[in-house]
Design a protein around this ligand. Structure first.
Ligand code: AMP
Ligand code: GLY
Length: 426
């Protein structure tokens, strides 16, 4: 069996390392990959968004499956292009990936099918949007660009001035290009956030273990929003009762809604949830595995990931028993100093063996290069150090012990990953 994974981050490394455990012993390819991934899979220098280039690569490699992991190629239709050439795939087609690609699509879907989410209005005209904000006069208020904006398209405006500025920069200033000429203004919701990834073949939905992201750059949730500085799983706020409520009111209705719309979703659907005082509500959908959620979820997966990929593709997920280790996992992201704004790359990383690993943990590479038998930094987020254990405290201790062994000039990481989860457990 041969598998091609598209992407280059810590998420893709976690997927590759899980696939490497499969009893099918697949030959693994990744494009473009990174230094750490190259120790587990043969990497090819094709950009994740280069659809014709990736199809050419698939024709050369003839993989049994092409696993498209990042949002942009999914939204741009890489799965459609691969299927048109006869390749089997993991990931939604573009008409389903729109659930992440357009916030307006996803909000309208939820409204139409009564899926709990914050109240909202859509605007394409900044004057009308500003008039609405002034009439509402409630802050914070949430302003979202319609399209993909590298995870930066959401602004939580604390007052009128910030809200007006956000609207003007998005619609008139085209801050995120075409992505932001249409916006959603949404009610501000409160409560703990939970990420739930799920496998789905378009009919059956199998939620994975829940997780908690840490989006801010600095300890105590200070500093700027990032792609994610660490994760833990499971998320202690996500009780069995809440899981059942989400299955009935959110997960199944979403899968059925996409089917009814003639846009069956297959692959991994990510539910970004807020547990509000009025129940769980959807903050966002992602059409793919989360990063760094994947880094704590997949290590807890017992079932062979290749079997899941096949069941999702064949539409037989209902027949597969997907099981999880009854353990906890923690991932601490090690980043370049200055991330997410300005940082230097090319720093020599110490503490890794020739596989890019260190004892006792999984070292998932997000942004590294491997050359002359050395790993160097090559991005904002560099490594995700993940450990599993019988309980969260032990998983965190193991992950931070791994972090202690690894270093480079100007390394930055949070020291409080998992603290909120530990407090929630009481
Ligand atoms: P998103 O890019 O949609 O994941 O949004 C980024 C972050 O903004 C989320 O993880 C939430 O913390 C926050 N957020 C998004 N929408 C809302 C909302 N309606 N109310 C409160 N916070 C929100
Ligand atoms: N960690 C959030 C995401 O992958 O979008």
């Amino acid at each position: 069996m041969k598998l091609l994974v598209v992407g280059s981050g810590g998420r893709e490394h976690a997927i590759i390392m899980k696939l490497a455990e499969s009893r099918h012993s697949p030959e693994l390819y990744c494009a473009p990959g990174n230094g750490g991934i190259s120790r587990y899979a043969k990497c090819f220098d094709v950009k994740a968004t280069d659809i014709p280039g990736m199809v050419e690569l698939a024709k050369k490699l003839q993989p049994d499956y092409v696993f498209v992991a990042p949002d942009d190629p999914l939204v741009l239709g890489m799965v459609d292009a691969m299927q048109a050439e006869g390749f089997r795939t993991f990931g939604p087609k573009s008409d389903a990936a729109i659930i992440e690609g357009s916030k307006i699509f996803s909000k309208e879907l939820m409204k139409k099918y009564n899926i709990p989410t914050g109240k909202y209005e859509v605007f394409t005209d900044s004057e009308k949007a500003i008039a609405y904000i002034k009439a509402q006069n409630t802050y914070p208020t949430v302003i979202k660009a319609d399209g993909l904006a590298l995870g930066k398209g959401v602004i939580l405006a604390q007052n009128e001035e910030e809200a007006v500025e956000a609207v003007k920069s998005m619609i008139d200033g085209r801050k995120f290009g075409e992505s932001s000429t249409r916006i959603v203004i949404e009610e501000f919701l409160t409560g703990p956030e939970v990420s739930v990834l799920s496998f789905t073949d378009g009919k059956t939905v199998v939620p994975m273990i829940s997780s908690m992201d840490h989006k801010r750059a600095l300890d105590n949730d200070m500093g700027l929003n990032t792609g994610g500085m660490g994760t833990v799983a499971p998320n202690p706020y996500y009780t069995d009762a809440i899981a059942q409520e989400c299955m009935e009111k959110i997960f199944l209705p979403t899968i059925e809604a996409m089917q009814k719309e003639g846009r069956p979703f297959t692959g991994c659907l990510y539910f970004g949830l807020m547990l509000t005082p009025d129940g769980a509500k959807v903050i966002e959908y992602n059409c793919r595995f989360g990063d760094p959620e994947t880094q704590v979820v997949l290590p807890l997966l017992e079932t062979d990931l290749v079997d899941i990929i096949e069941a999702v593709y064949n539409g037989t997920l209902a027949d597969l028993q997907v099981t999880w280790k009854q353990e906890s996992a923690a991932c601490v992201v090690m980043a370049s100093g200055g991330y997410p704004i300005k940082y230097e790359s090319g720093k020599l990383i110490s503490g890794l063996d020739e596989k890019g690993q260190t004892d006792g943990v999984f070292v998932y590479h997000a942004g590294t290069k491997f050359a002359d038998n050395q790993f160097t930094t090559a991005g904002g987020r560099v490594l995700g150090i993940t450990a599993t254990a019988g309980n969260l405290q032990d998983a965190l201790d193991k992950a931070y012990a791994g972090v202690e062994k690894i270093s480079w000039e100007q390394v930055h990481y949070r020291h409080d990953i998992g603290q909120r989860a530990l407090q929630a457990k009481g």
